[in-house]
Design a protein around this ligand. Structure first.
Ligand code: ADP
Ligand code: MG
Length: 624
């Protein structure tokens, strides 16, 4: 519903118009008689149209008032006038009126004029909207937009174009001139007729600009014009150049990088680039045709793991991976890397670090830890068994003594039974003879078991308490070795004709306990003798000095020890000679005593060939 303001100083006429308008469905906002009232009314609420009497009895007339209101509120006006002299009409043109209604008017003319005015107002508003939209588009793009006619004269241009060419307003300028001839009509026409865009270097105000020029036709009633869109890509070009430079730098840094690194193309998993350190690490000759295949460099396993990580877009982190260089020497490597993308391709950037030394140290630490735990076990065992051994010894003596008595008694009883009742009688359902054998076996079992206990207890007493330096003195190893072999003389000659003892002289003394060292040597000698199977097999003992240590080596050409059992040798009760009465305590006692002497024991053995047990004892006289 259109709102209309009526400015008419003749109240009767005003009222008449108002009632006619209302009856036709218009809203008569107010009806006023003076310019002051009119201005106030417009200020309160903007009408869609003002019906303005030209001849107001006031200091300004309707034409002046209409101009003021148009300037301040942009409200369209229709003039009401009772006369129409030429000068008044001309003057009224300045107010751009939407029509005239000549008084006296009839209703039909009034309504017809009003509706044409409203149609015009509507069209004008739509036009304004479109123009605003167009100018928004023109001025909010980052591209230069310029419309030229067929001769190359600028019809209109947006702000971007104006500032691109450094002009306040490029309208009516010749496009060839402002571009220093670089944007020629020939070039524009070529793009126009082929309907293409092209890169052009335009020289604007002495500066070269790289641009992308697009052309399209624009028919706007004033003849065929050409619409040019110019995108300044100078900056893009600069960025591109910087990128190329950065890439070059990257390659340089990559190649010179200290950490061995490799760029692998994904998903092909082919080497794209490798640096010098990497080539040195694997011993790869550059440009070798086979050097692109990562499977042949890293192995199938690693390649698969790399592929899995990269396809899940996860960082690569592989530790302690065994690798081989081209001369088949092994080393341990750490792989770390991640996916990088450039040039529309994906790559895996992989750093490979040699961690062989770290792995070696870690293994040494682990070994040391094992030794420590073992030593600890042995210490507690030593403390435990020396007490227990004593406790077991006494009752075991009873068993042994009583079981042999029992055997004697049984023999007497049997003889008596046989004499009194005859050998043919049965005990239970068993003939007396068989019964006798069974009883004897039982008693023998007791005696044997008790003997075994005695052996174990005897061996157990050899366990030394750590840090117990009682009876430590400067000991001549030569002497102890000779005593030991004298004690075993019988056993040695029974086992081999090839026994050698070779002692470097003079040998400095070691600080230790004579009896305990004797126990060590006897145990090792017995083991060697038990390992050999024929009298020609060699058993030899060597003693010599090496730096600050005294070394005693026991070598035999016996059956040897399998590698999986070597680590178990010093375990108490580990024995493969159960049947022959072995207790499995010999080597654990040796270990324990050697340890107490701050020495070490090293066992090397080849199954079927023989064994060398090497005891290292630190030298050093103690004067106490
Ligand atoms: P035992 O001799 O009572 O079995 P030890 O502790 O002395 O106990 O030895 C443990 C095991 O180590 C033996 O049973 C044997 O299998 C192995 N062994 C020790 N010394 C040798 C050796 N010189 N040659 C082959 N095997 C050996
Ligand atoms: Mg033994």
């Amino acid at each position: 519903m259109k709102k209309i303001l009526i400015v008419e100083d003749e109240v009767i006429i005003g009222l008449d118009i108002a009632s006619k308008l209302s009856s036709q469905g218009y809203i008569v906002q107010v009806q006023v008689t003076t310019p002051a009232e009119a201005l106030e009314a417009v200020g309160n609420e903007t009408p869609d149209l003002i019906l303005m009497d030209i001849n107001l009895k006031a200091d300004i007339d309707g034409i002046e008032l209409a101009k003021i209101i148009k300037a301040s509120h942009n409200v369209p006006c229709m003039f009401l006038t009772s006369y129409s002299d030429k000068t008044t009409l001309e003057r009224s043109m300045d107010a751009e009126p939407y029509g005239y209604i000549i008084k006296p008017y009839n209703e039909a003319t009034l309504m017809a004029s009003l509706s044409t005015s409203f149609i015009r107002i509507d069209l004008e508003q739509r036009l304004i909207k479109q123009k605003t939209m167009l100018s928004n588009i023109m001025n909010n793009t980052r591209d230069s937009i310029v419309v030229i006619d067929k001769r190359g004269i600028v019809v209109t241009a947006n702000k971007v174009f104006n500032s691109f060419v450094g002009l306040a307003d490029a309208t009516l300028e010749d496009i060839e001139k402002i571009s220093g001839g670089t944007l020629s009509m020939d070039f524009i026409n070529r793009l126009y007729s082929n309907n293409i865009s092209d890169i052009a270097t335009l020289r604007i105000n002495e500066v070269d600009k790289t641009t992308l020029v697009s052309v399209s036709s624009l028919t706007d009633g004033s003849g065929d014009n050409i619409l040019l869109t110019i995108t300044d890509i100078t900056e893009v070009e600069t960025i591109k150049e910087a990128l190329v430079e950065a890439e070059g730098l990257f390659t340089k840094i990559f190649r010179k990088k200290m950490v061995p690194a490799v760029l692998i193309r994904y998903p092909e998993m082919q080497i794209f680039e490798m640096n010098e350190s990497f080539q040195t690490m694997y011993g790869i000759i550059k440009d070798d045709a086979t050097s692109n295949d990562i499977k042949s460099i890293f192995g199938t396993d690693v390649t698969e793991q790399l592929e899995v990580a990269i396809s899940a877009d996860k960082p690569v982190n592989l530790t302690k991976v065994k690798q081989f260089n081209y001369t088949d020497q092994s080393f341990y490597a750490h792989f770390s890397g991640k996916k990088v993308s450039f040039d529309n391709s994906d790559f895996l950037l992989l750093d490979v670090t040699d961690v062989t030394e770290q792995v070696r140290i870690a293994e040494m630490e682990k070994e040391l830890q094992h030794k420590l735990i073992h030593a600890n076990k042995m210490t507690s065992l030593g403390t435990l068994v020396s007490g227990v051994a004593h406790e077991i010894n006494n009752p075991n003596n009873f068993i042994m003594f009583n079981s042999s008595l029992l055997m004697e008694f049984w023999e007497d009883i049997y003889a008596l039974l046989e004499a009194e009742l005859g050998a043919e009688i049965s005990v239970g359902a068993m003939p007396l003879k068989d019964f006798k054998q069974d009883v004897e076996k039982l008693i023998e079992g007791i005696t044997n078991g008790s003997e075994r206990i005695r052996n174990i207890v005897h061996d157990l007493k050899g366990f030394s308490k750590q840090g117990n330096f009682e009876n430590f003195e400067n000991v001549s190893v030569e002497e102890v070795l000779k005593t030991s072999s004298r004690i075993l003389n019988h056993q040695i000659s029974k086992s081999t004709e090839n026994f050698r003892i070779d002692i470097e002289s003079p040998l400095p003394p070691v600080y230790g306990n004579k009896q305990k060292l004797e126990q060590v040597f006897i145990n090792l000698l017995i083991n060697a003798l038990e390992a050999i199977s024929g009298k020609t097999s060699l058993v030899s003992v060597k003693a010599y000095q090496s730096e600050d240590n005294l070394i005693v080596e026991f070598q035999d050409e016996g059956l040897g020890i399998s590698s999986e059992n070597i680590s178990r040798l010093t375990e108490p009760f580990y024995t493969t000679k159960q049947q022959e009465g072995g207790t499995g305590l010999g080597l654990s006692i040796v270990y324990s005593i050697v340890n107490e002497h701050n020495g070490t024991m090293d066992i090397q053995s080849v199954r079927g060939k023989g064994t060398i047990v090497k005891i290292t004892l630190p030298l050093g006289e103690h004067s106490d």
